[in-house]
Design a protein around this ligand. Structure first.
Ligand SMILES: CC(C)(COP(=O)(O)OP(=O)(O)OC[C@H]1O[C@@H](n2cnc3c(N)ncnc32)[C@H](O)[C@@H]1OP(=O)(O)O)[C@@H](O)C(=O)NCCC(=O)NCCS
Length: 168
C-alpha cells in the first residue's frame, strides 16, 4: 500500500482533530485513567494550531484517506516533533517512521541543530519506534512525585538511570 506524506490542509482539520482524540485515548489506556484530556479530548488540537512555534504539520494518506499526522515545533536551532499520531488500524506498517523521517528532513532544511521528541515514559511502543528512527540520545529527564496516588493503580518498575530505579 503506497503512503503519501503531504502538508496539512484546512480540509484535514476534522480528521486531524479525531487523530488527536486517538492520542488522548491511547494515553488514557496506558495510564488506565479515563480523565486524561478532559471532556473533549480533541479540543487541545485547536490550541495546538495557534502555537507560534508551529512550523508545519504533515499528514500521511493511504488510499486517499488521512491516517496519520505529525507536527514540527521550532524554536531557533531547537525543534520538537509533537505530536505524531497514526490511526489505530494503521499502526505497525511503517507509517509513523515515514512521517518522522520526513520531519527530520524538514528540521534539517530549517537549520535545526537539535531535534527532540518527548513520549511519556510508559509509551513503550512509541519509544521503540522513535529509537529505531534514530532518536538514540537522551536529554532532560522529568522526575515527579505522585501526591495523590490512586488506589489499585500501580506505577510500573523496570527503568534504571544512573543506578536509580525509577517507576513509570
Ligand atoms: C507511536 C506511533 C506514532 C508509531 O507509528 P507506527 O506507524 O505504528 O510505527 P511504525 O510502523 O513506523 O514502526 C513501528 C513498528 O513497525 C515496524 N515497521 C516499520 N516499517 C514497516 C513496514 N513497512 N511494514 C511493517 N512494519 C514496519 C517497525 O520496525 C516497528 O516494528 P518493530 O519495532 O515491532 O520491529 C503509533 O504507534 C501511534 O500513533 N501511537 C499512539 C499515539 C502515540 O503514542 N504517539 C506518540 C506520542 S509522543
Amino acid at each position: 500500500m503506497g503512503v503519501i506524506i503531504r502538508e496539512y490542509q484546512d480540509a484535514d482539520y476534522q480528521v486531524c482533530r479525531d487523530l488527536w482524540r486517538e492520542l488522548t485515548q491511547w494515553h488514557r489506556d496506558i495510564y488506565e485513567d479515563p480523565t486524561i484530556g478532559g471532556d473533549d479530548p480533541g479540543a487541545y488540537f485547536d490550541q495546538y494550531l495557534d502555537k507560534p512555534s508551529l512550523a508545519g504539520l504533515w499528514v500521511a494518506e493511504a488510499s486517499t484517506a488521512v491516517v496519520a499526522m505529525a507536527g514540527l515545533l521550532v524554536d531557533g536551532k531547537e525543534a520538537e516533533i509533537e505530536p505524531v499520531i497514526v490511526r489505530v488500524g494503521n499502526r505497525s506498517q511503517g507509517i509513523g517512521t515515514q512521517l518522522i523521517l520526513r520531519l527530520v528532513e524538514e528540521a534539517r532544511a530549517r537549520g535545526v541543530r537539535s531535534l527532540s521528541i518527548k513520549p511519556v515514559a510508559r509509551n513503550a511502543e512509541a519509544i521503540r519506534c522513535f529509537y529505531q528512527a534514530g532518536f538514540t540520545k537522551l536529554g532532560h529527564i522529568e522526575m515527579f512525585m505522585d501526591l495523590m496516588p490512586k488506589k489499585d493503580v500501580e506505577w510500573k518498575s523496570g527503568i534504571v538511570i544512573h543506578h536509580n530505579e525509577l517507576r513509570y
